[in-house]
Ligand binder design. Structure first.
Ligand SMILES: [Zn+2]
Length: 260
């Protein structure tokens, strides 16, 4: 179920976190979505997706209704979940409202988990333990180009974050991500580490490398998990399979032991 999972317990006034990346095992979905597909926009049976979401939520001690998804658009818009710093954030709806059409989602709540769905795009999870803020970011090539990661960091800082750490999940590697030369040139203007070559020597882009570079330039240290979605059959890959499922990056804030 989980490719990677970590729990950092709360300490004093510092919040804890539980964050993870799923794989495609222990799910109910049938081919070509087999098995732990968590996306309901890819053509899979809704009941299978619901069962899969329940399983993942249960593992994290939550209900499926506590998972906060995004209606991901490959853009750079960011939303803050209702109930997070209502003094600073205009009301954007109830927790029962449809998933917001954004690619970065920020929360200061300990009773929900943020979810980013991917199948080659770069999933980023963010945390500030002192302020009690987390975020999930969907950073594919368009999101990297338009700056969805810096935009999400800016929102977290607006809400008080000062010490942000990041985990970057598996995505398609530059060897497997051939693009037109013009696209590589455009990416080079966003990050000098973005231009790369594919396994056949043609132009390629290192999207995740550029995202890690964007984090570093914004003063955020990242742990970058290994793995290429296109090469690892344990993960969903749109480039490899076309019609397929989505795995998830998930982050949940844990309340501090004592209130400052
Ligand atoms: Zn690869």
């Amino acid at each position: 179920m989980f490719l990677w999972r970590e729990r950092i317990d709360p300490a004093g006034t510092e919040f804890g976190v539980e964050w993870a990346f799923t794989d495609r095992h222990e799910g109910s979905s049938q081919p070509p979505f087999d098995g732990l597909n968590l996306a309901n926009h890819v053509g899979d049976h809704a009941d299978a997706v619901e069962t899969n979401r329940h399983r993942v939520a249960h593992e994290l001690g939550l209900r499926a209704a506590d998972l906060r998804f995004m209606d991901q658009r490959h853009g750079c818009d960011v939303a803050v979940t209702p109930g997070t710093h209502d003094d600073l954030v205009p009301e954007v709806g109830s927790p029962d409202a449809p998933a917001p059409a954004v690619d970065g989602l920020v929360s200061g709540r300990t009773d929900e988990a943020l979810v980013v769905l991917v199948a080659d795009c770069t999933p980023v999870l963010l945390l500030d333990r002192r302020e009690g803020l987390v975020a999930a970011v969907h950073a594919g090539r368009p999101g990297m180009m338009s700056g969805v990661v810096p935009a999400t960091l800016a929102w977290m800082r607006t809400l008080g974050a000062r010490d942000i750490e990041a985990v970057v999940g598996p995505s398609v590697c530059p060897r497997c991500y051939e693009v037109p030369a013009r696209m590589r040139d455009e990416a080079a203007r966003v990050s000098q580490v973005a231009p790369s070559v594919s396994w056949t020597g043609t132009p390629a882009i290192d999207v995740a490398g550029a995202v890690v570079d964007q984090l570093a330039r914004d003063g955020v240290s990242a742990r970058w998990l290994p793995g290429c979605t296109r090469e690892d059959p344990n993960l969903y890959s749109y480039r490899r399979d076309g019609t397929t499922g989505r795995f998830a990056g998930i982050v949940r804030l844990l309340p501090p032991e004592e209130v400052a």
